[in-house]
Structure formats: structure tokens, C-alpha cells
Design a protein around this ligand. Structure first.
Ligand code: NIG
Ligand code: FE
Length: 402
């Protein structure tokens, strides 16, 4: 027997329209018909089709309904934290200077290499719980704090364990998150190890766990040629590329993402106009991470308006990580999208739902049109825009019970 329910008593429902790039449906006094965990119908309650008249009702309590948030860029698993480094940055030392002294990402690598599988899984569980309470129903999660085969393999195994316990996530292999200290700064040899040995071995040991592959293309880390070789090696293993691109300086990461048909290019604070056009033409999703710009105290916010005008379907994400954005709060990102990236509320909301899901190739997340997973958030506000307007309010959504 199928499980059929109708969600009623909603002040309204807001959802991106998956058939159009930036259109949002705003339905007052809405109802939502659900069947076997999927949306079957949405519209005004008065228009509910007769076939649903005698179906069990679920009381929305007068809330606004929306699809759950999707976070398409997180570094979920790591050990330790970098509050000491943060304090140095507050005293004027730059993120790059700390990295060039062997701190930064490599400090977290030292702590993560020392963590057990059980410790990694336990910290992942509590972070995923925190994301969920804030309305995030699906995430992309990267490895990258191992920077050598065994530690990267342990991170991949921890993600596999989290998936087995039911968390909805996509795994991205990022052994090229920074230069591996053991290579003594030889980026060529390092890239060769990632492309020729580590990625194939990670996929062999953990079949079916990862869907994506990523690389940090940045001055002093991997250049575009090295990034290309790493991502092409991932493609040969069935991994779709994503790129940490043009974050601290222009390097051509967005152009590389377009050339390879990557699912996303992420950060993009220093993206060129050519890179924007190339991403639009190749349907690469720019994933913007304004929490990182804020936390690094940078002046150059990613060019969201220009990217939208270039025809890109912009997504927003937290970039949750211990160094450049220790923030797992989607409302903070939504607010920065509106207040700093100059996106409208509807654009920022679409960027954190529909386009975020699309960048992960999920057509059934990020909206509430028929066929979508019934990941419905209920917000107790008069207008959904209040989520941004009451700028520090720690709103938490209610969920439909299973
Ligand atoms: O996305 N750019 C590289 N990776 C992270 C920073 C990670 C860290 O500082 O630990 C980022 O910003
Ligand atoms: Fe990142």
C-alpha cells in the first residue's frame, strides 16, 4: 500500500521552479500532496484534486513550507580546530602567510592524520546533526585533510560509514587540497602521485563511495596543468570534476572547469569575465562561498551579479571547514548572499536549493514540484523573507515526521 498524505494549514509555500532558471513559486494557503516520500502535487489548498480529498492530513501549523537546503561544498571531516591561527589573523597575519609557514590546512592535516576512524565518524555525525537541525537535508563532503593515501582512505571510509547510517551526502575526493608536506614543495611529483596512484587506489578500496573529484588550483598550490591532469585522472575513474577556483587570486580555475565540463567551480572571488562566459556556455555551476570571504576578511566578494547576468545558475554553499569558514549555518550564507553578493531573496534561496542540488546532479532535491523528495521544511514566520531580515535570529525549521 502506498503512503499518501496531504500537508495542509500552510501560510504559504515557496519553491524554485525546476523547469526555469530563476523562477520561484510563491503559493499562499498552499497544500502539498505526498506519496511514498515524494511530492505528487502542489498548489492552493482550494485546488486540491478530488483524488486526494479523503487522504490523511498533516497539519502544517500555519507555517511557510520550503524545500530543504542543499549544501554543495563542505569539508565535513577534520580533526582539531584552528582558533589559535584565527587569533593570529585577528592580529594581522594573513591566511597565506600562515600557510607558507606550514600552518593552515597543514595544521589540520597533522591533527586529522592522528584521528581514528571512529573519532572521524563521531565528529561527522554531530556536524551532520547540526546541519540537519538548521534545515540542510543533503550535503557534498570532501576528503582533503589527509594529503596522503592512508589518511585520505580513512576519511573516505568514514564517509562511507556515514552514508551507511543513512545520511544523505555525496563524497568528493580531494587529496589535492594542498601540497603534501612529504613532497617538499615538488608540485609536479605531488600531482603525479595524486593522479597516478592515490585516486585509483582510493576508488579501488572504496568502490561506489565517491562521485566527484576536486583540486585546489591556486598560486603556490596546484597550477592549471597539474589540476587538469588530476581531474582527468578522476574522470577516467568515473569521478566528475569540481574545482577550488580563483579563490585567493586569478589562476584560470573557472576556465579549466569549463574546459573539462566540471559540475562546479567554487569560490571565484577572482574569476575573469572569460571564465564566467565559459562556465555559462559549458553549464558549470559557480558555487559561491561568501562565508569564506567574510571569515578571511577579504574585500573582494564573488561577482554573483555578473555571473547571473552571464547566464550562470549560481549556487551558494557554506564551505564548512576549520580554517577559512568554520560555519555550518545555512541562514548565515543566505544572509550574506543577499547582503554582500547582492542577490535577491528569491535568487539566494534558489542558489541554496535548486542550483545547489543541480550542481550535484540531483533533479529531485532543492524544489517541491512533483517527483521531488519530500524534504519539506516548515518555518514559523509570517513571511519567509524574515529569515534574512531578522539578521541574527537563530531560526530552526520544523520537519515533516516520517
Ligand atoms: O575552501 N581553499 C582550500 N580549502 C578551503 C580552506 C581549508 C582550510 O583553510 O582548512 C577552502 O577555503
Ligand atoms: Fe573549500
Amino acid at each position: 500500500m502506498s503512503d499518501r498524505r496531504v500537508l495542509v494549514n500552510l501560510r504559504g509555500l515557496l519553491t524554485p521552479d525546476p523547469t526555469r532558471t530563476w523562477a520561484v513559486d510563491r503559493i499562499p494557503d498552499a497544500a502539498l500532496a505526498l506519496e511514498d516520500g515524494r511530492v505528487a502535487w502542489l498548489g492552493r489548498r482550494a485546488d486540491l484534486p478530488a483524488a486526494w480529498t479523503d487522504t490523511d492530513r498533516v497539519d502544517g501549523g500555519g507555517a511557510w513550507a520550503s524545500p530543504g537546503f542543499v549544501d554543495p561544498h563542505t569539508h565535513l571531516l577534520f580533526a582539531g580546530n584552528r582558533s589559535g591561527e584565527f587569533n593570529r589573523r585577528l592580529q594581522g597575519v594573513s591566511y597565506q602567510d600562515i600557510a607558507s609557514e606550514g600552518g593552515g590546512i597543514r595544521e589540520t592535516v597533522r591533527a586529522t592524520r592522528g584521528a581514528t576512524l571512529e573519532e572521524l565518524v563521531a565528529s561527522g555525525e554531530s556536524r551532520l546533526q547540526a546541519f540537519r537541525e538548521r534545515g540542510v537535508v543533503h550535503l557534498e563532503c570532501k576528503t582533503g585533510y589527509g594529503l596522503e593515501l592512508e589518511a585520505e582512505s580513512r576519511l573516505t571510509a568514514a564517509y562511507a560509514e556515514l552514508k551507511r547510517s543513512g545520511w544523505s551526502l555525496d563524497v568528493t575526493l580531494l587529496p589535492a587540497h594542498d601540497l603534501t608536506p612529504e613532497f617538499g614543495g615538488d608540485a609536479e611529483a605531488n600531482a603525479q602521485a595524486v593522479a597516478g596512484a592515490w585516486l585509483p587506489e582510493l576508488v579501488r578500496r572504496h568502490p561506489g563511495v565517491a562521485r566527484f573529484c576536486d583540486v585546489f588550483v591556486e598560486a603556490g598550490v596546484f597550477n592549471v596543468d597539474q589540476g587538469r591532469r588530476i581531474l582527468e585522472a578522476g574522470q577516467r575513474l568515473g569521478l566528475t570534476p569540481r574545482v577550488h577556483a580563483d579563490e585567493l587570486s586569478w589562476t584560470g580555475g573557472a576556465e579549466l572547469a569549463a574546459e573539462l565540463g566540471a559540475a562546479s567551480a567554487d569560490h571565484l572571488m577572482f574569476c575573469s569575465e572569460e571564465g564566467m562566459k565559459a562556465m555559462a556556455a559549458a553549464d558549470v555551476t559557480p558555487v559561491l562561498l561568501p562565508g569564506t570571504t567574510l571569515f578571511l576578511g577579504m574585500r573582494d566578494w564573488a561577482p554573483a551579479r555578473k555571473l547571473i547576468e552571464s547566464g550562470c545558475r549560481v549556487a551558494l554553499a557554506t564551505d564548512f571547514n576549520p580554517g577559512s569558514c568554520p560555519c555550518l549555518d545555512p541562514l548565515t550564507i543566505l544572509r550574506l548572499g543577499c547582503l554582500q553578493l547582492r542577490m535577491t531573496f528569491e535568487e539566494a534561496f534558489t542558489a541554496m536549493t535548486l542550483h545547489a542540488a543541480r550542481s550535484l546532479r540531483h533533479g529531485d532535491l532543492g524544489h517541491l514540484h512533483p517527483g521531488a523528495r519530500a524534504e519539506v521544511l516548515l518555518w514559523d514566520v509570517e513571511e519567509l523573507l524574515e529569515l534574512v531580515y531578522w539578521v541574527g535570529e537563530p531560526y530552526r525549521p520544523r520537519f515533516l515526521s516520517a
